[in-house]
Design a protein around this ligand. Structure first.
Ligand SMILES: Cc1ncc(COP(=O)(O)O)c(C=O)c1O
Length: 391
């Protein structure tokens, strides 16, 4: 099942064999709501899964299928299904796996939208949510006692770049009979493969590094075919499918995933190292730094440390508000993982859904800047930061 080619080759070629039409070298965008059949028997064969094919684009679509196949192969998974956004992937997965009376264990530092599902929506369906301290693996293991149905991990976390030990927490989850889910948005399959580390399901906001050009929203879940099949069924009925045009843009973006992520890894590491010595900077969070609290775990489970870092300014939120408009080579936007550098504050990006008090409770300081390094030249980005942070 696992293709032996390297990720750079797979990102270009994987998943495209079946969908080529009349020799087109690129996957076509198939905008057809339904697929017609000449007779009832051949229609029935496809509808009952006896023959390959498509019936209705809420269920499956050729362009969307090619994206799912590329991601399935890149994550080394046996099955994949896709969604209209990362949040659709997360919510569909959780609502498929959880029923009233179940318990889910996760951490306080997940993405703000995910945190809202935990704190606002799941409790309405009488799901017991336990959010542990992200820095305390012993506490997380203790919470994953028998009776836990889902262990939900996100690593590195958004926006504080904490790292969870996937192999250790997957083992705890499996000992309790739980399904282990990992959000791999920040790492990408180039830097980390949670399934190889023991997770049952890996999911992504494809909007970020996978697409890489900030022009399409999408989400994907890869992993065990039984679980992915259940999630697919929930999605085909509730309807949060990926649009074919978005799938096309994501496929095009994925072809350069390996090139982009390697450049972003290198840029982020150089910038994080440089920021550590800057007098205006109080702290830098990047798993690639030897000073990072979880650097050892990151080195064990990641091949690169990702394109996102965050840092705190000594002079607080006022200094953040002064510095950000001065940046020439950065979009001030609620996004990350694009070819362009993107900056933001948690209050305006990842945790905009949370109140200031909730952010404080999560340990997210107002003076934090999230910096998603693009593919620009690192010297230019450092020169830009130098002038933006000057007194
Ligand atoms: C780690 C992580 N997971 C999920 C999401 C949600 O993705 P989307 O915006 O595509 O719904 C985000 C968005 O920023 C994210 O950073």
């Amino acid at each position: 099942m696992t293709d032996p080619a390297s990720p750079s080759t797979l990102a270009v070629w994987a998943g495209e064999d079946e969908s080529l039409v009349q020799g087109a070298t690129q996957v076509p965008v198939v905008y057809s709501a339904a697929y017609g059949y000449p007779d009832v028997d051949s229609w029935l064969d496809v509808a009952l899964g006896r023959q390959p094919g498509h019936i209705y684009s809420r269920n499956t679509n050729p362009t969307v299928h090619a994206f799912e196949e590329k991601m399935r192969i890149l994550e080394g998974a046996r099955a994949a299904t896709s969604f209209a956004s990362g949040m659709a992937a997360i919510s569909n997965t959780l609502f498929t796996l959880l029923s009233p009376g179940d318990r889910i264990v996760s951490v306080k530092d997940t993405y703000g939208g995910t945190n809202k599902i935990f704190t606002e929506f799941l409790p309405r369906f009488h799901v017991d949510v336990e959010l542990c301290d992200t820095d305390d693996h012993a506490q997380i293991e203790a919470a994953i006692a028998p009776g836990c149905r889902v262990v939900y991990l996100e690593t590195p976390t958004n926006p504080t770049l904490k790292v969870l030990d996937i192999a250790r927490l997957a083992a705890a989850g499996h000992a309790a009979g739980a399904v282990v889910v990992a959000d791999n948005t920040f790492a990408t399959p180039i830097n980390q493969n949670p399934l190889q580390l023991g997770a049952d399901l890996v999911l992504h906001s494809a909007t970020k590094f996978l697409g890489g050009h900030a022009d399409a929203l999408g989400g994907v879940v890869c992993g065990d075919p039984g679980l992915v099949g259940q999630i697919y069924h929930y999605r085909e009925i509730t309807g949060a499918m990926l649009d074919p045009m978005a799938a096309y843009l994501l496929i095009r973006g994925l072809k350069t995933l390996d090139l982009r992520v390697r450049q972003q890894n290198a840029n982020a590491l150089r910038i994080a190292t440089w920021l550590q010595t800057h007098p205006a900077v109080a702290a830098v969070f990047y798993p690639g730094l030897a000073t990072h609290a979880h650097h050892d775990v990151a080195r064990r489970q990641m091949r690169g440390f990702g394109g996102v870092l965050s840092f705190m300014l000594r002079d607080g939120f006022a200094a953040v508000k002064a510095a950000l408009p001065r940046l020439r080579y950065a979009h001030r936007a609620a996004n990350l993982g694009a070819v362009e550098t993107v900056v933001g504050t948690p209050a305006t990006t990842s945790h905009v859904e949370c109140s200031a008090a909730e952010r404080a409770a999560m340990g997210i300081p107002e003076s934090l800047i999230r910096y998603s390094a693009g593919i620009e030249d690192a010297d230019d980005l450092i020169a830009d930061l130098t002038q933006a942070l000057a007194p």
